[in-house]
Design a protein around this ligand. Structure first.
Ligand code: 2HA
Ligand code: ZN
Length: 283
């Protein structure tokens, strides 16, 4: 089977295009990766090449030994993924030790995987382990409103989670575990990858201050939907802050506890802290 005829490649391309349409991928901003299922990797073997050499990942991911990933290319534009997929993305195989990768398909002009490959693979390794193999998609986008908030909110998991939960009732249902925050760091390497993957042990969302967001999920729909929900919530918060920032009423900690019961979810108490007199609803 040809790679571009598979459902996973079509889903990947559609997601990249959706992200571009949202305005999250200026120039070459953002990157996307998908861990193939065994039968998917099997089905495309005839379309793969062995011409490209093994290259160091720049991080060690023994938990991903032998896995195949579809990833966007470094310097490539999300805007072009749908019209030139073979050049904008590629399939890589991880070696038996989790130290090297080789390109098996795509990146047709001699390109390389995303500069954020260490973060993608370190996140995949954690998520494969903690979800029992369910999570397959890691998505990085330059989401405007979340980035704006990293200039004005304290850079803590507690504040970002609570403030974004408060902006829409669906939020705690969509990301009940909360959101992790990484302070400003140099992107593109192992250090920021390790910091992010530590957060991915407990969260499906990690914010990079003054840069963007990473989301993890089982499918393209769920992962795109998660990014979309968090960014929508951030947009509402930016509007509220722009209207003076004073909330006349809001969703209270007890409202969240009631919601948790109704939806059979667990909302960690550390996000339901008391904000002090005057900060909460006067209902
Ligand atoms: O340019 O988004 O973080 C790709 C990126 C780097
Ligand atoms: Zn980025």
């Amino acid at each position: 089977m040809r790679v571009l005829d598979t459902e996973f490649a079509k889903g990947f391309i559609r997601m990249a295009d959706d992200g571009f349409q949202q305005g999250w991928h200026e120039r070459n901003g953002g990157n996307l990766s998908y861990r193939l299922k065994g039968e998917e990797a099997e089905s495309i073997q005839d379309d793969l090449s062995e011409d490209r050499e093994w290259t160091a990942i720049g991080a060690e991911v023994p938990g991903l030994a032998g896995e195949y990933f579809l990833v966007t290319g470094t310097g490539k534009y999300f805007r072009n993924v749908a019209i030139d997929p073979e050049n904008s993305m590629g399939i890589i195989e991880i070696d038996g030790e989790g130290k090297n990768y080789r390109i098996r398909w795509g990146m047709s002009d001699g390109g390389r995987p995303t500069s954020e490959l260490p973060t993608h693979l370190l996140n995949h390794e954690v998520k494969k382990r903690v979800t029992g193999g369910k999570h397959r998609v890691i998505y990085h986008a330059h989401t405007t409103n979340v980035i704006a908030l990293t200039f004005v909110l304290p850079l803590t998991d507690e504040v970002f989670t609570r403030e974004l939960w408060e902006m829409a009732t669906e939020c705690p249902v969509v990301f009940p575990a909360g959101i992790g925050v990484v302070g400003w760091m140099v992107p593109g390497g192992r250090e920021i990858g390790l910091a992010t993957s530590r957060l991915m042990e407990q969260y499906d969302v990690a914010i990079w201050a003054h840069h963007g967001m990473f989301c993890s999920g089982e499918t393209f729909d769920l992962t795109f939907g998660l990014m979309h929900t968090v960014e929508k919530s951030a947009e509402i918060l930016v509007k509220v802050l722009s209207m003076g920032g004073q909330k006349r009423q809001t969703i209270t900690p007890d409202d969240f506890r009631e919601l948790a019961k109704g939806f059979h979810i667990e909302l960690p108490e550390r996000f339901l802290y008391d904000k002090g007199a005057g900060a909460e609803s006067s209902r």
